[in-house]
Design a binder for this molecule. Structure first.
Ligand code: AMP
Length: 443
């Protein structure tokens, strides 16, 4: 299988060759012909599968078939985070090297004026985060009447982050006749509802089930008291001579605190999260990629979509509240056949979260203790059995059987949105045999 056999032009094939790509990835093999056919596409694909080229290459080919007549944009790619927007824009630039397509990126957290100037000059492809795009629209800096192709990239994350209202506003402004591509790592009820309203008879593309990433990655759990986590992390980084490790914390504050402590301990570290300026985030990522920073500490949302090749080691300093996020996190290692390690520092108060994760990935993770770091409060080896089935049954009406979910809160806030995700993606949660309670995570 080659890129040219998928129907891509010689110019685009040459651009992939320049990147050193030899064969199209599975998502590309399916998505490229589907997009080239002009049909709507609904694709289940995570970061790391090559999805960006999967929609960008055929999109560029379709645009190259006709020159731009107005100021554009003719293709609109919406992404949840600034980092992802910047990375998608970089990809568009790389793949459009030999075609006369002009692209730009706009996102929040930086000055709006230079972005207005860029838009005024005219362009074909606009990569944008929804909030900033709406700001620009409201200031008459962008028009959507020439949009031929819309891409929603990481749609699940956009909904998690509360962008649904902005997305709906943008959709209402687009020309009715257009091609729609929806990419999402997971398909909650909320995403399906969005897809139903958006896509017309879509081609469905799916690669490897969500949890197969977890299969490739060697995972382990280090039971440790909360107060000892930083010291244990320092020891692991040193003892294992890790040069590049991505560490996840649950909060921005936690990410800052951990970064400072590691630095004090003589380990180079940088934090990446939503409160950091765009400049600081870009710099932290660049330093990490260049090997100048050994530890990159990130929150889930900031880490989403980061394109860091061959990451050998991921550490969960704290477990995520939503089990799905564990799968996303560990998906950052062991990419493209590389072997990867993901380890989790788990304190006794996180026992319930660990149980939820093990239920989702359908396996029990091996526990490893480090001498001198044995926890005073033990972690249960197995999820605790429910003591009182009658009480548990009383909880059922809320969660149902995990398939038919009740109405979700319509909140825009991250917290509530994430609760909705946990419900909507309830595979693995609430799938107990009938009569057994649907196990739920406390968010
Ligand atoms: P993505 O899932 O789009 O974030 O892509 C993940 C990484 O895979 C990026 O670094 C791409 O440059 C790389 N990539 C995309 N397509 C291919 C391919 N066909 N062969 C090798 N690497 C690829």
């Amino acid at each position: 299988m080659s890129f040219s056999s998928l129907g891509l032009s010689e110019q685009l094939v040459r651009a992939t060759a320049d990147q050193g790509y030899e064969t199209p990835s599975p998502i590309q093999q399916q998505a490229i012909p589907a997009v080239l056919s002009g049909k709507d596409v609904m694709a289940a694909a995570q970061t790391g599968t090559g999805k960006t080229a999967g929609f960008t290459l055929p999109l560029l080919q379709r645009l190259a078939e006709n020159p731009r007549t107005g100021k554009g944009p003719r293709a609109l790619i919406l992404t949840p985070t600034r980092e992802l927007a910047a990375q998608v824009h970089d990809s568009v630039n790389l793949y459009s090297k030999y075609v006369p397509t002009k692209a730009a990126v706009v996102f929040g957290g930086v000055k709006i004026n230079p972005q207005m100037m860029k838009l005024r000059k005219g362009l074909d492809v606009l990569v944008a985060t929804p909030g900033r795009l709406m700001d620009l629209y409201q200031q008459n800096a962008v028009r959507f009447n020439e949009v031929e192709i819309l891409v929603l990239d990481e749609a699940d994350r956009m909904l998690d982050m509360g962008f649904i209202r902005d997305i709906r506003k943008i959709l209402a402004l687009l020309p009715a006749k257009r091609q729609n591509l929806l990419f999402s790592a997971t398909f909650s009820n909320e995403i399906r509802t969005l897809a139903q309203g958006l896509l017309d008879n879509p081609v469905q593309v799916e690669v490897a089930a969500r949890n197969t990433t977890a299969e490739k990655v060697k995972q382990s759990v280090y039971p440790v008291d909360q107060s000892q986590k930083t010291a244990l992390l320092s020891k692991l980084v040193r003892d294992n001579a890790w040069d590049q490790v991505l560490v996840f914390t649950r909060t921005k504050h936690g990410a800052n605190r951990l970064t400072q402590k590691l630095e004090k301990d003589g380990i180079t570290a940088a934090a990446i999260h939503g409160n950091k300026s765009q400049g600081a985030r870009t710099r932290a990522l660049a330093d990490f990629k260049a090997g100048e920073v050994r530890v990159l500490v990130a929150t889930d949302i900031a880490a989403r979509g980061l394109d860091i090749k061959q990451l050998p080691q991921v550490v969960n300093f704290e477990l995520p509240n939503v089990p799905e996020d564990y799968v996303h996190r560990i998906g950052r290692t062991g990419r493209a056949g590389e072997s990867g390690h993901a380890l989790s520092l788990v304190s006794a108060d996180e026992g319930k979260l660990l149980a939820g994760i093990e239920k989702l990935i359908k396996k029990q993770l091996p526990r490893k203790e480090v001498e001198g770091f044995e926890p005073k409060n033990n972690l249960p080896l197995k999820p605790k059995a429910k003591a009182d089935p009658s009480k548990a049954r009383n909880r059922r009406p809320q969660g149902g059987n995990g398939k038919n979910f009740g109405p979700k809160p319509a909140g825009r806030s991250g917290g509530r949105g994430r609760g909705g995700q946990g419900e909507g993606q309830g595979r693995g949660q609430g799938q107990g045999r009938s009569g057994r309670p649907a196990q739920r995570q406390s968010a």
